[in-house]
Design a protein around this ligand. Sequence first.
Ligand SMILES: Nc1nc2c(ncn2[C@@H]2O[C@H](COP(=O)(O)OP(=O)(O)OP(=O)(O)O)[C@@H](O)[C@H]2O)c(=O)[nH]1
Length: 433
Amino acid sequence: MSWLTGRRRGGEPEASLAAELLAHFPGAALWLDADGVIREAAPGLAACLGHAPEAVVGRRLTVLDEAPLDGELARGLARVAAHGTPWRGLVRCRHAEGHGRYLDVLIRPARPERGRPRLLAVMQDVDPLVAPARQDARRLRVLEDSLGRLPGAVFRLRQDARGRLRFDHLAGEVAALCDLDAEALVAAPRRLLTGAFEADREALSASLARSAVALAPWHEAFRWGAGERWLEVRARAWRDTEGETVWDGWLEDITERKRDEARLRRLITTDTLTGLLNRRGFMASGRAVLAHAARFRRPVAVTMLDLDHFKALNDAHGHAAGDIALQEFARLCRDCLRPYDLVARVGGEEFAAMLADGDAEEARQVFERLRRTVADAEIVLGGETLHVTVSLGLAFVPPGGDLDEGLTRADRALYRAKQSGRNRLVGPAAAGE
Ligand SMILES: Nc1nc2c(ncn2[C@@H]2O[C@H](COP(=O)(O)OP(=O)(O)OP(=O)(O)O)[C@@H](O)[C@H]2O)c(=O)[nH]1
């Protein structure tokens, strides 16, 4: 009998019922021998895969697989043969027109025919269901792969009414940013705040709180861990229907940018010839020192310094020698002052200095010592030994006082030092004078 192909023989009622059922079966049914060779195929095969049943009879079932040699069908047949139990799998089969389709395939051992073992294979077209899901999964994999390779991390963070944080999503170079892998941070979201460098921790938490209240963007740069690494978070805040605050954002390592900024800041505040601060750097740092001193009601000593007869030195030994003298003078200044005092080249051979602390007497001593050190120094230049001296004008900026005004008074004192013979320090004996 060959009821699978629907060919009737002698009109047995069971055979015609079977043929009727199979003709309307929403898939394909195939009889196979124990080696997986198709012996009979129901007409549904044509609807599923476009093959006429006659075209596949005598061929192995695996020819229907997109990967005939080592695909799912080959594996399924091998399993049934090895265990004698049914196998079911999702198989990408090749349609007669060449394209692939997903089929749900069941292969099971059946009653032997004339003593020879047989297998029944039932195949159903599930392509309309599976293909979009597979495509979505593929897109998701590509997206996740791409997110995982981003030079930063993307996240969706939410905060419930009790202030608890939770990541809905976190992907990217999380471990490289935070020294924690994504799973660890998802398990303990607060570590995003507590892992910040101690001095920046409060500001980071406060910025998140401000963003939650105002639904303003969360944007903060902060140091991480021990403080060598800079991170920046940028996120948009919104409230969901449950009243939870949600941030969709981006976390990035900005250490390199911060280094560049610092380099640039150093560049625009540094005098290239001497390596000292320039006028801009002196004014910016000087104002910060004054603001700090004002909090403790302390006056601050400022000095203008000018090398004596420098034109004569240039004229006698050349401009290059003058440059070396300026560099040597800068080195002496640095040696005589403490690292946190300020010293700057504010003009050609004009310098300014500010002491971070100390009283008027100490200030006089420090600058007097500098004057003597310069006068005693020998600048050896290609077999010649040069000497320079410096005149200094000292002034004190009172608490809350203005730096420009203090420098003007120091400049007037410098003028008096030049007038009264050079190589001397002129200024008030006490801070209030
Ligand atoms: N080598 C060198 N010389 C400079 C530089 N900037 C300014 N000068 C020189 O410094 C000299 C300053 O001369 P003056 O202002 O007349 O003062 P001085 O000769 O030092 O005399 P007093 O200040 O009155 O003692 C000039 O000759 C400038 O050319 C510099 O960067 N390198």
